[in-house]
Design a protein around this ligand. Structure first.
Ligand code: NAI
Length: 286
């Protein structure tokens, strides 16, 4: 029996790109999949049923089990309806892959509040709403698997993506706290920063690179993180082109001042404060 067999997994934004690969991979491994997709354009405009329906048809014709959902993750009611679809159709929800996303790129000096808000609504609020709707079920059944889609833009920054980077880094903060709150209920929460050729990256990365980034190379690691086998939590992985790697924050031993230092005293210790040669995996000091 595979680690996702008979598990009910909601994949948001599964009507194309990476989400489609996740949904197909999970269904091929015996999971029952809610294929959620609003069916809009890359910047988030419009809506339609075709994207989700097509993926559900693909899964069913391959002998898998899936149901379509067309609600938006960015509203509380939409997210509740997505989780309700899992409960009504399959009687449970065991995993959420918060993958839906849009782009509204632009240099920060030109970034209007509307682009900022639209991106936070889908990525960060979308993650919150869908996971929040599944959370009581996870707690009650003492099992839950959460994977959020973060991005190297959130981990390291990227020109023209201040809105997107902030939302993606916010999702890492979310899983860090959910991992702590979920631990005693066997709920794990992890993040994957994918690299894949999809409509989101088609005009951003060079073709030679895109040719190496089949989304199907990302799906197995995401599938593992929603499986029963996975016990890892609060971890971040960069996955793409066949490479699966963990990313983490490190902290050094720092410098301790016994009294408030002067500017000159801080300056004198600055290189020691920045010396990462003794760094270890970071942890919450409280
Ligand atoms: P995509 O544009 O092919 O897929 C995103 C899907 O989300 C679309 O099908 C879209 O209709 C759906 N969606 C958008 N707003 C929605 C809403 N409010 N409710 C429900 N569905 C909605 O893009 P891709 O590349 O597959 O991206 C998937 C995730 O991976 C996104 O969160 C993206 O930010 C993230 N990502 C992708 C990278 C890549 O290399 N492709 C790099 C880093 C992160």
């Amino acid at each position: 029996m595979s680690g996702v067999e008979d598990k009910v997994v909601v994949v948001t934004g599964a009507g194309g790109g990476l989400g489609r690969s996740y949904a197909r991979f999970l269904a091929a491994n015996g999971a029952l999949v809610v294929v959620n997709d609003l069916g809009g354009a890359r910047e988030g405009s419009g809506a339609g049923t075709q994207a989700a329906d097509t993926v559900v048809d693909e899964i069913r014709s391959a002998g898998g089990r899936a149901v379509a959902s067309y609600d938006s993750v960015s509203e509380e009611a939409g997210a509740a309806a997505i989780i309700d679809t899992a409960l009504k159709e399959f009687g449970a929800v065991h995993g959420v892959i918060s993958n839906a996303g849009i782009l509204r790129d632009g240099a920060f000096h030109k970034m209007e509040a509307a682009s900022w808000d639209a991106v936070q609504k889908v990525h960060l609020y979308g993650g919150y709403h869908v996971i929040r709707a599944a959370w009581p079920h996870f707690r009650e059944q003492k099992f839950g698997r959460i994977v959020v889609a973060t991005s190297t833009s959130g981990l390291y920054g990227n020109f023209g993506q201040a809105n997107y980077s902030a939302a993606k880094a916010g999702l890492v903060g979310l899983i860090n706290s959910l991992a702590i709150e979920g631990a005693k209920y066997s709920i794990t929460a992890n993040a994957v920063a994918p690299l894949a050729a999809t409509r989101m990256t088609e005009d951003i990365a060079p073709q030679e690179l895109l040719d190496k980034l089949n989304p199907e190379l990302v799906a197995p690691a995401v599938g593992y993180l929603v499986s029963e086998e996975n016990q890892d939590t609060a971890s971040v992985f960069v996955v793409g082109g066949g490479l699966v790697q963990r990313v983490a924050q490190f902290q050094n031993n720092g410098v301790t001042f016994t009294a408030p230092p002067s500017l000159a005293e801080i300056g004198a210790q600055w290189s020691q404060i920045n010396d990462m040669s003794d760094a270890q995996l970071g942890r919450n000091p409280v």
